[in-house]
Design a protein around this ligand. Sequence first.
Ligand code: ADP
Length: 644
Amino acid sequence: MVRSKRIALILEDDTTANRLTVQVLQPAGYQVERLRENAELKAQLQADLPNALIVDRSLSSKALRLLLREFPTLPLIYWTTQAQPDEVLNRYQEGFQAVLTAQEDQVQTLFVINRAVQRQEDWQKWVQLESTRHTQSLEKRVEDLERLHRIGGKISASLNLDQVLKEVVIAAVELTDAEEGNLMLLEQDNGNLILRAAHSVGEQKTNILRVPIYDTLLGEVIRTQRAVILESSELTKIQTAFLVRALIYVPLVMGEQSIGVLGVYNRQREQTFTNYHQMLLEALADYAAIAIQNAHYYTANERERHKLHTILTNVRDGVLVLDEEQRILLINATCLEAFGLNEPDCLGKPIENVISNQDLIFMLKRPASQWVKGGEIRLEDGRIWNCQLTPIEDVGLAVTMHDITYLKELDRVKSEFVSAVSHDLRSPLTAILGYTELIGRVGSLNERQQEFIRRVQASVQGITALISDLLDLGRIEAGLDAHKELIDLRPLLRQSVENFNSFLTEKGQKLQMDISSSIPLIWGNAVRLQQMIANLISNAIKYTPKEGKLGIRMWQEDSQLILQVWDSGVGIPPAEQPYIFDKFYRASNLPEDISGTGLGLTIVKSIVEDHQGRIWVESTLGEGTTFTIVLPAAEMETPQHPST
Ligand code: ADP
């Protein structure tokens, strides 16, 4: 149903209002409504805007301003009984669209009203058209921006550079409504631009593959890092045999450098490009530059990763990397071969589920307080590897393993040789010592001769001690002291301490014993265990100054017996601590008058290992040293050689 047009009246005189309504407006098909100037006027008009409003002088100027401001398309007609030309002019200046007087006849009055209503309709149509046009253009822009956004997303998600560049060019062509587009990248070595991606809507194909940039428009874009828009009604030759009517070139910039150009062209169509198109293209060029940078990083990263992988896979040493939960992150071929594993099977699995070598697992699973930087492990095939454990922040732990079987073998041969020679040296030394004692009996000696003989005897005793250490070591290493029995270490400890009482008194030292009440039995060789304790106590006494403190602690922890021998002596320089268990090694900080063979700790370590135990040292220079030995308790361990 077509709604009839409405005219609103704000007139003080009822007769005038009635006359207008009955004689002019209603016969012309208008609906008429009387309004008043009051607080609701604005709301009433907003709810249902009439096609025109006829007012008289009763309308205040404040209300007039409100109407003009809030309802600019509402035609306002001024009604007056009669008007001088001056007044008519004033009303027009105030913003009224027409002035009606009582003098006008009905036809004239209706004509004025109709014209005002018509004007309003024309305006409204125009406003509607304009807003549709703007909305369409805004919608197109929103679409363009969404397209840009989608491409941005794809770029960060894709590592396929060719595909990304192709997408950028297609988007460039479509967003600028061009016939064709391309993306060229600069070749570093010769300064040429080479085509990387192209797209065209029609039949035409860009044939350029490589363009020298000197003296070309492209060269200018590269040099100035500025976009260029070219438009002409004529065809312009921009390169040999490449004619265009309009184009945009925008540079691809990475850091400070131009790396290429993104271009769109119209060769047939006369349509030109705008700044808006340039802005879109610049955004696309930025995306392309980011994609290229990503690809560079990725390739560099991949190359490094590949290099590292090749190195790790091919090194002859074993390499194993564990995460913080000790799951396998990386394992190289040497390790796989040594533990008889298959790489894909073991990656990501906990180490203890994959590798059965107990030496290695024991080393890795030690509680934090007993953590070691490395040690030796024996493989099933008899090879011996030296393992180094290196914690890596935010990754876990790297284990590097080096085959030292040949060193061990050399060591064994050397020990055998030393044992044999030592044995043969013993008898002549005993003879020398015997004869030096006899010299005094066959004639009197002066003081200097006696002094010389004392020195000979001291030296021979030194050599004899050395030889007996060497022979002990030889026996232990050769496994000749295999006899083991259930042993309570407490009486052995007490016996050893007693043996050193005279030395302790001589140096005024105090030895503190902290032995826990429940100590497990262990499977062991009594003579060797006593030797182990004696060597440690003797060192503690030797390397602690007079009046110093030393002590022994012993307790049980789970199925292990822990023995500590500590002192408040000279300590061991940190850099030398890894070597003190080596044969003949004596630290550099020892007072000159303290003699020794450098074999005591080697013997201790051999005995500990012969009892499936571990030993380590903690020492602070000038403050003291603590040796800790962990031995397995007999209750938990099946003896290896219980009765041999
Ligand atoms: P040595 O016969 O020299 O005592 P050891 O093999 O028993 O040989 O010890 C090797 C080296 O370790 C010693 O020379 C000394 O430098 C160092 N060392 C051993 N025990 C202690 C200790 N309790 N305090 C300080 N240094 C020690």
